[in-house]
Design a protein around this ligand. Structure first.
Ligand code: SAH
Ligand code: DHB
Ligand code: MG
Length: 233
């Protein structure tokens, strides 16, 4: 360990960099995309490279042809997801902020995934019913990563846009452990806990939560599978 005296956060970042160096390698397109996002003043809250690669791996394992993302930012996680799609596949990604959407479209272009990506601008709670009305479902995979208070509603629409076998990934479901605090009055924590409750009582879903550490600190994701019939556990 090169920084025996470092903080846990420094160690986690070092390890993320080690993993990315060994298993992900140079990614000039995504590096340029993040640089463009920084220049445009977007917050640097995209998924880490290892988590982005995991999204790519999941989509690849599923043979996903249609993916839905809620929360585009500059298109970093979207690029990982889109890279797993076949040439005739589709990523529809929902973003509230016009500036974020513009940066994401340019980054998708640079990354060579423009043809398989579509950014829908507006509040996701309005876009998602439109996708249902257009008959855009079912999606093979859904990645939920927008405003945390919206998660309960996004879950409801994600289910309407799913089929048996659809995988739903929820980002930021641990939040430095704050979600274990039943007394929290933080709106994001309350909504995240409500999302766990909704997943737990939804018989169409079976799920787990995984805690993570890394460049973005201590957080975690929930991985859910849409299935028929009552939950196993
Ligand atoms: N998935 C991205 C990060 C998303 S950050 C990545 O890992 O690369 C969360 C994004 O959700 C921000 O761009 C924010 O503007 C967007 N957002 C916030 N509220 C929203 C809403 N109501 N509808 C759609 N997008 C929203
Ligand atoms: C925030 C949002 C995210 O999606 C994330 O992964 C980290 C932080 C935020 O709003 O602060
Ligand atoms: Mg996130």
């Amino acid at each position: 360990m090169s920084r025996a005296g470092g903080t846990p956060e420094e160690r986690w970042t070092e390890v993320d960099e080690y993993i990315a160096g060994r298993l992900i390698g140079p990614d000039p397109e995504q590096d340029a995309g993040i640089a463009a996002s920084d220049r445009a003043g977007l917050p640097s809250i995209q998924v880490s490279a290892p988590l982005g690669k995991m999204l790519y791996l999941l989509a690849s394992m599923l043979g996903a042809r249609r993916i839905l993302e809620i929360g585009t930012l500059g298109g970093y996680s979207g690029t990982w997801l889109a890279r797993a799609l076949p040439a005739d596949g589709r990523l529809i990604t929902c973003e509230l902020d016009q500036k974020h959407a513009d940066v994401a479209r340019a980054n998708f272009e640079r990354a060579g995934v423009r043809k398989v990506t579509e950014v829908r601008v507006g509040p996701a709670a309005e876009t998602l019913p439109k996708l249902v009305a257009e008959g855009q479902g079912p999606f093979d995979m859904v990645f939920i990563d927008a405003d945390k208070p919206g998660y309960p509603v996004y879950l409801e629409w994600a289910l309407k846009l799913s089929r048996k076998g659809t995988v739903i990934v929820f980002d930021n479901m641990v939040r430095r452990g704050a979600i274990a605090d039943a007394t929290s009055e933080d709106a994001s924590v309350v909504a995240t806990r409500r999302t766990y409750d909704l997943i737990a009582k939804e018989t169409r879903l079976t799920a787990t939560g995984i805690q993570t550490v890394g460049t973005k600190g201590y957080d975690g994701f929930v991985l859910a599978l849409v299935q028929d019939g009552p939950k196993e556990s």
